[in-house]
Design a protein around this ligand. Sequence first.
Ligand code: ZN
Length: 70
Amino acid sequence: MPIYEYRCRKCKHLFEVLFRSRDEKMTVTCPECGSTRTQRMMSAFAGKIGNTSDGGAGCGSCAATTCGPS
Ligand SMILES: [Zn+2]
């Protein structure tokens, strides 16, 4: 079961949420203040948060689209 780290946008509280399945969509409520304005944190914290481009199997660290096996 995947565990995702969430951050509350209201009180900045960090907490983890256990999902029963990877595709499960549910409203995550902050355990501290009860706000539903929560944001999932990427597990690779050093990655580019907010990058919406789908890089596929690329290395993600270089701009070349030819990076990796072709
Ligand atoms: Zn909160």
